[in-house]
Design a protein around this ligand. Structure first.
Ligand code: LMR
Length: 419
């Protein structure tokens, strides 16, 4: 007879957790042997052959790094590679940003966007204690699923503000503004800088102004997540305009920045966290103090960040010719996605698929929130080998000229069959 369990981790204490929905989807897709299978799950760019795309500019940077006779594998400083973080801050804030000129920015290299959100969350959990601070983090409904667990893991409660309007499949701006106005003063507000994940719905510049106004009036603390700069519109400056507007208006804020998508450095985990102080006579002192505490948090969590992805990014960001080539690569990616949006919409309209499909081309960035129901998503998977998240999100980059028709026909079939 087997001995009775003596574990310190019984099921009451450590229940079985569900598999991560996105990575579970990736695993299921890989295991599917159908030649027709379509992967619209995880947000990773694919070329028109459905293959991962190493950006040509990244290949060049890679060659330069590898042929450098001084290349070594020493530790980076705790805050990371300075030639990377300084340019990352410029990319987000603009090279001529007053915040940078006035030394009001503290930047730390992180384990990509997730690491940046986590570092920011940890910092806020420990230090956001100013009089009247409401430590609840307001996230859009819906948001990237990982936001919820990153903040709750460090003990910051989550609340939501309306974002996606199911009727229009666009932005519920009135609902959002009202919720921000009703939230207790000094709440933490998580905002997606561009290419909102999962909906692909972004506020217009006028709507961003209204959002900034309410946030300022209620003394809320803005926390920007920027994972798609240059990937949404193909224009790096345009995709950073919301952040730059808040900074120009004098807001104190933080930014979690990822280079996974816009440089295709997914597995290299290249990212940065930036704290930006509001203009004030003691802003530089505040920034120095914040940076000192970020360094302590970083040291205890990861000691110092990984070097390779940051070197690739720094090589591109610091060389004007490579930078220009990167912009071209960004236009290739965003352009192909826009073409696929047009192709999908026109196929569904051609078939007369019940419903309206204009939102496919109105939405922007990696994802489209199709409006398909959970039952329809399940049917797409069981009957057509199409893999997408239950909430109806599709990664547009998974579509190409060879499978867009197949996918549109599958959607048409499923929508008609479940009416
Ligand atoms: C996604 O939402 O698919 C990506 O941001 C990948 C991830 O880490 O979840």
């Amino acid at each position: 007879m087997a001995p009775l369990s003596t574990t310190s981790f019984p099921a009451e204490a450590v229940p079985q957790a569900p598999e991560d929905p996105l990575f579970g989807l990736m695993r299921a897709y890989k295991a599917d042997t159908s030649p027709n299978k379509v992967d619209l799950g995880i947000g990773a760019y694919r070329d028109n052959n459905g293959k991962p795309w190493v950006l040509p500019v990244v290949k060049k940077a890679d060659d330069l790094i590898r042929s450098d006779p001084d290349l070594n594998h020493e530790y980076l400083p705790i805050a990371g590679l300075a030639s990377f973080t300084s340019k990352a801050a410029e990319l987000s804030l603009g090279a001529s940003s007053a915040a940078l000129g006035e030394k009001r920015v503290a930047s730390v290299q992180t384990i990509s966007g997730t690491g940046a959100v986590h570092l920011g969350a940890l910092f806020l959990a420990k230090f956001y204690k100013v009089d009247g601070a409401n430590r609840t983090v307001y996230v859009s409904n819906p948001t990237w699923a990982n936001h919820n667990q990153i903040f709750t893991n460090v003990g910051l409660p989550i609340a939501t503000y309306p974002y996606f309007d199911r009727a229009t499949k666009g932005l519920d701006i009135n609902g959002m503004l009202k919720a921000l106005a009703d939230a207790p003063e000094r709440s933490i507000i998580l905002l997606h800088a561009c290419a909102h994940n999962p909906t692909g719905v972004d506020p217009s510049p006028e709507q961003w102004r209204d959002i900034a106004e309410v946030i300022k009036a209620k003394k809320h603390f803005p926390f920007f997540d920027t994972a798609y700069q240059g990937f949404a519109s193909g224009d790096l400056d345009r995709d950073a305009s919301a952040i730059r507007y808040f900074v120009k208006e004098g807001s104190e804020l933080v930014i979690a920045q990822s280079f996974s998508k816009n440089l295709g450095l997914y597995g290299e985990r290249a990212g940065a966290f930036h704290y930006v102080a509001a203009p004030a006579s003691d802003a530089t002192d505040t920034t120095t103090r914040v940076a000192s505490q970020l360094a302590i948090l970083q040291r205890s969590e990861i000691s110092n960040p990984p070097i390779y992805g940051a070197k690739v990014a720094a090589t591109v960001l610091n060389d004007p010719a490579l930078f220009a080539e990167w912009q071209e690569n960004l236009r290739t990616m965003s352009g192909r996605i826009i073409t696929m949006r047009e192709a999908l919409r026109s196929k569904l309209e051609e078939y007369g698929t019940p419903g309206t499909w204009k939102h496919i081309t109105d939405q922007i960035g990696m994802f489209s929130f199709t409006g398909l129901t959970e039952a329809q998503v399940a049917k797409l998977r069981s009957d057509f080998h199409v893999y997408m998240t239950k909430n109806g999100r599709i990664s547009m980059a998974g579509l190409n000229t060879s499978n867009v028709e197949y996918f549109a026909k599958a959607v048409d079939n499923v929508v008609r069959g479940t009416q």
